[in-house]
Design a protein around this ligand. Structure first.
Ligand code: SF4
Length: 471
């Protein structure tokens, strides 16, 4: 991964200034949230399932070495080959060598955030391979020379009109505004690509240590074609994708589609245990599993942050995040965006490269509430903020503000006076667009909040004296 410091503030300003981008992301977020809510509410033991999934993940992370060794043994016993990659460069080399050894040049890929993380396409193209993404959103993103904006909806930031123009421009087809026709166009192109591919590369949603089974969850059927049509299948997974037993899958396969796309079941769930066996009609002749560390063992060893590795990449925390909704995925400067991106990117790339990201949150808590594996994202964000501050990386304005805040909060009398002054100032400044810094930055994209009529303390007194009734 690149180590250029991520300037979230500047990048989000560009996103905020783009109304088409904002409208596309917002439309998709609202739709996702409605779908998710309906199917989550119909599971009576949703909280118990989340709790169970959390426990399984945390147990696995605490015994990662044991389960990864078992996975290696079982995949090998089933006829596959396992490769270990310490970092992105090593994973790129392993995969490029495998493709070369097969004499292959044409590679089809199904969606994999881990491959985005290691910039696999760039490495394979440099090695002379032609790589084609086969997930619809990923294909559009690749065609545009762009990066995914969302964990499960990579092209969420593009409007239908933009996609129609993109396909017309790159594929020489007429401009259509019918999404179904646009999908048919891409499908026709991809069908030919699948048939001529030498190698298929996929990610892995879950890798079962007990059986050596790789589980891939998808909705388009392209992962299934990627794993069965080419003669070689290479699966790439981060170490955290291992789970102990087949029985655990029932829980994860209930949680993932509901939290991700608001579906009760995903359209396709592929269970792959080894390559094609003698007598079988389809499937690859070779199966390779590349297990990537790339900083993950360091996170697993961090007693506070290990929880971040429990993520099953459902994207639900992005869908409820008010910051993601306004800034869209690219502002996070990483393939991992939204609340989980604000946690995982600084851990993978280092705090010095991503110090702004833990602050890209309103700490409203919605991400922690929705997460199907109950990752306490607000707590992790706060911990990272504390780590940034302990390095002394805050600006002079911020330090001054925190010192002032601390002084005010130390005495009830000061808080009372400060509250009165703040309400008076808010009333005086209502509706004004030209304000001194730092308020000028605030009103560039939003209005000043309306002041409450009186202090909470006074309202509380009235409630108490009226016997608890609303005053
Ligand atoms: S942190 Fe939780 S909600 Fe966010 S993508 Fe990961 S599993 Fe989904």
């Amino acid at each position: 991964m690149r180590s250029v410091p991520i300037d979230f503030v500047r990048a989000s300003e560009a996103a905020l200034a783009d109304p088409v981008l904002h409208a596309s992301v917002r439309r998709a977020m609202v739709r996702f949230r409605d779908l998710q809510r309906a199917v989550i509410e119909e599971v009576p033991d949703w909280q118990a399932l989340r709790e169970h999934a959390h426990r399984v993940k945390m147990h696995t992370l605490a015994h990662l070495d044991r389960y990864l060794e078992q996975l290696d043994e079982r995949v090998t016993a089933a006829g596959g080959r396992v490769h270990w990659a310490r970092d992105a460069g090593e994973a790129q080399r392993i995969i490029a060598d495998l493709v070369r050894a097969r004499g292959g040049r044409a590679v089809v890929k199904s969606k994999s955030m881990t491959s985005e993380e290691i910039e696999l396409n760039t490495a394979l193209q440099a090695a002379g391979c032609q790589v084609v993404e086969t997930d619809l959103g990923e294909y559009l993103v690749q065609l545009a020379g762009d990066r995914p904006a969302h964990l499960i909806a990579p092209a969420i930031h593009r409007s239908t009109e933009e996609i129609a123009r993109l396909l017309a421009d790159r594929l020489g087809v007429p401009v259509h505004d019918d999404p179904a026709e646009l999908t048919r166009t891409v499908r026709r192109v991809l069908r030919r690509t699948f048939l001529s591919a030498d190698v298929g590369i996929t990610g892995v949603n879950f890798a079962v240590a007990e059986t050596g089974t790789l589980v891939i969850v998808e909705n388009e059927g392209n992962a299934r074609l990627t794993t069965t049509l080419p003669r070689m299948h290479i699966a790439l997974m981060g170490v955290e994708k291992v789970i102990p037993r087949l029985a655990d899958l029932a829980v994860f396969l209930t949680l993932l589609p509901r939290a991700a796309t608001g579906q009760r079941l995903s359209s396709y769930v592929s269970w792959i245990t080894g390559p094609r066996r003698p007598g079988e009609g389809d499937g690859p002749e070779e199966l390779h599993l590349v297990i990537l560390d790339n900083g993950r063992s360091g996170i697993a060893a961090d007693p506070v942050m290990a929880e971040a590795l429990a993520c099953i990449r459902c994207g639900a925390c992005l869908d409820v995040c008010p910051v993601f909704e306004r800034t869209a995925g690219h502002a996070y400067g990483s393939v991992y965006s939204g609340p989980i991106g604000a946690v995982i990117t600084p851990l993978l790339r280092g705090l010095d490269a991503a110090a702004q990201l833990p602050f890209a949150s309103s700490l409203c808590g919605a991400c922690g509430e929705i997460c199907p594996v109950r990752i306490d994202l607000p707590r992790l964000l706060l911990e990272l903020r504390a780590r940034v501050m302990s390095r002394g990386w805050s600006g002079p304005m911020e330090r001054m503000f925190v010192r002032g805040w601390t002084a005010v909060m130390a005495r009830a009398s000061r808080l009372r006076v400060a509250g009165r002054m703040a309400r008076w100032a808010l009333r005086a400044l209502q509706g004004r667009r030209v304000l001194p810094y730092p308020l000028s930055a605030w009103v560039r994209y939003r209005d000043l909040p309306a002041p409450p009529a009186d202090a909470f303390r006074d309202r509380w007194q009235k409630i108490r004296s009226s016997g608890g009734a609303q005053p």
